[in-house]
Design a protein around this ligand. Structure first.
Ligand code: ADP
Ligand code: GLC
Length: 479
């Protein structure tokens, strides 16, 4: 199959979260399976491209309403080939996402340039795989402006929703910039009357297929509680909404071959995990106490992640139990402040590293004993999957992909891979943390728990086959 991926993130060049990992790993797996996969992403000024040679393959001019943007398309690699869109007026902002007045144009450009590029490269994709709101207008473009295009008339679209709460909602004054005013009747009319345009909704309405990143989240988003106002539209398309769990790129995330670790280990011999633990806490300026469990957090600091529960729970637990907490992340100031205060109150137990560091993310996965994800909602979540591989026991809220991937520990049967709390409240997370800390004090049980987690397999091969099946079904149906 010929597959075109369009997304706003791609690891390691442009990453704020799991989307980047997925857009790197899934095409890689599909290309290995023999498909012709191309990826189109913006070339942000923050992209780390040291030692990488890019080749210019096209120059485009993309009109968006009264604006015109010259774009240089720079290619990297084969199978899959990555096409970076070099357009400094839109992508040189010091960060991936902004709340600037032209934010909609930054990703309209991505969408149009990806489609225009197909003609230039003489590439006729069978499926255009669009990720999140940034690419969600593509299905409508395919059904209108590109409906008779030589390279695109036969293309089907799949929209994957990685997070329903980021929708790309804009005032209707952006209408002319979409180049779609001649088909304004195809925009959701009630919303338009209210003066709004919603990119993700347009994608849900017009994509040939809609998927999300775990089976449980696929169900949750069809309910008012998790539907973020779009559940009705998703229910209306429920036969086309599928949940495919993300996988893990074990080339990148495995303690056997992780280049960021001071020592490697495997399920067969975990002894070097202690070296990783000591290196982690000491590099963060905490005393190394071999018997003290280390709890890790690596995350965007967003309300989605549920850390607000911790402000009430952690001080008491830290005081009574001698565990340590290593936190990596940045985002909402209120959450950052909470971790800064904890660090000040417990300087020998808590270290909060504010920022983004791929290296430290790997070191926390390896060096911590437990990994905490009290997410309010979680479409899939990757860190709990990485944690399982690194023998780092996940403590999670039972939601979305966390519910699908972490099996609760049962001391009697010695089955399960982590600690799962059902109610998203302080009592829930306190119970789960206490249960984890108590089990840590029972070494045979703890060891079994780690073995169970390390034996789990979330490789992409199996998941990519599910996408292949979805693509094949889309190709086989009329538009
Ligand atoms: P989300 O996509 O909602 O942020 P995921 O669990 O799917 O959550 O993926 C998060 C990804 O981003 C993981 O690869 C994680 O290691 C990485 N990550 C998040 N915050 C940071 C950070 N501050 N520094 C380095 N990596 C981070
Ligand atoms: C989103 C979700 C996260 C998911 C990731 C990759 O950022 O918040 O749960 O793992 O996308 O699909």
């Amino acid at each position: 199959m010929k597959l075109l991926f369009v997304a706003s993130e791609l690891a390691p060049y442009a990453k704020t979260g799991g989307l980047a990992d997925v857009v790197a790993a899934l095409p890689k797996t599909l290309a290995r399976a023999g498909h012709d996969v191309r990826i189109v992403v913006p070339l942000y000024d923050t992209a780390k491209l040291d030692g990488v040679t890019l080749t210019q393959v096209a120059e485009l001019t993309i009109p968006l309403g009264s604006h015109r943007y010259p774009v240089r398309v720079l290619a990297l690699g084969t199978a899959p080939t990555i096409y970076f869109l070099h357009c400094p007026p839109l992508y040189a902002r010091g960060r991936l996402y902004t709340s600037d007045a032209d934010e909609h144009r930054r990703f309209l450009l991505l969408s149009y340039a990806a489609l225009e590029l197909c003609g230039r490269l003489d590439f006729a994709p069978d499926v255009v795989h669009c990720h999140d709101w940034q690419a969600a207008l593509i299905p409508l473009l395919l059904k209108t402006i590109y409906a008779r295009d030589r390279h695109l008339a036969g293309a089907r679209s799949l929209l994957t929703i990685h997070n329903l709460n980021y929708q790309g909602g804009f005032p209707d004054s952006i209408g002319p910039d979409t180049n779609l005013t001649h088909v304004a009747h195809l925009f959701h009319q009630e919303l338009l009357k209210a003066g709004r345009v919603n990119f993700l909704l347009q994608g849900i309405l017009y994509a040939d297929g809609v998927s999300t990143v775990s089976p449980t989240y696929a169900q949750e988003i069809q309910t008012p509680a998790h539907g973020a106002g779009l559940d009705g539209f998703l229910r209306a398309r429920k036969t086309t909404v599928v949940g495919i769990l993300n996988g893990v790129d074990y080339d990148e995330w495995s303690p056997e071959n992780d280049r960021y670790l001071p020592a490697r280990y495997s399920a067969a011999d975990r002894s070097n995990k202690a070296i990783c633990k000591q290196a982690l806490v000491e590099s963060l300026g905490l005393p190394y106490v071999p018997s003290a469990p280390v709890v890790g957090i690596v995350s965007r600091m967003a309300s989605q992640k549920g850390f607000d529960l911790l402000g009430e729970v952690l001080p008491g637990l830290l005081q009574r139990n001698g565990f340590q907490l290593t936190v990596l992340g940045s985002g909402e100031p209120g959450l950052e402040d909470m971790f800064t205060r904890l660090q000040r109150a417990f300087p020998r137990q808590v270290c909060f590293y504010q920022g983004f560091s791929n290296k430290l993310a790997h070191q926390i996965e390896a060096g911590a004993d437990m990994f905490l994800m009290p997410s309010r909602y979680e479409p899939c979540g990757l860190n709990q999957l990485y944690s399982l591989r690194y023998g780092t026991v996940p403590i999670v809220h039972k939601t979305g992909g966390l519910a699908d991937t972490v099996r609760p520990w049962h001391p009697r049967t010695r089955t399960g891979t982590g600690f799962v709390f059902e109610h998203h409240d302080a009592a829930g997370v306190r119970w789960a943390l206490q249960a984890a800390l108590a089990t840590y004090r029972d070494p045979p049980a703890w060891s079994r728990l780690i073995d169970n987690g390390m034996a789990a397999d979330f490789s992409w091969d199996r998941q990519a086959r599910r996408y292949e099946y979805v693509y094949e079904k889309l190709i086989g149906t009329d538009r």
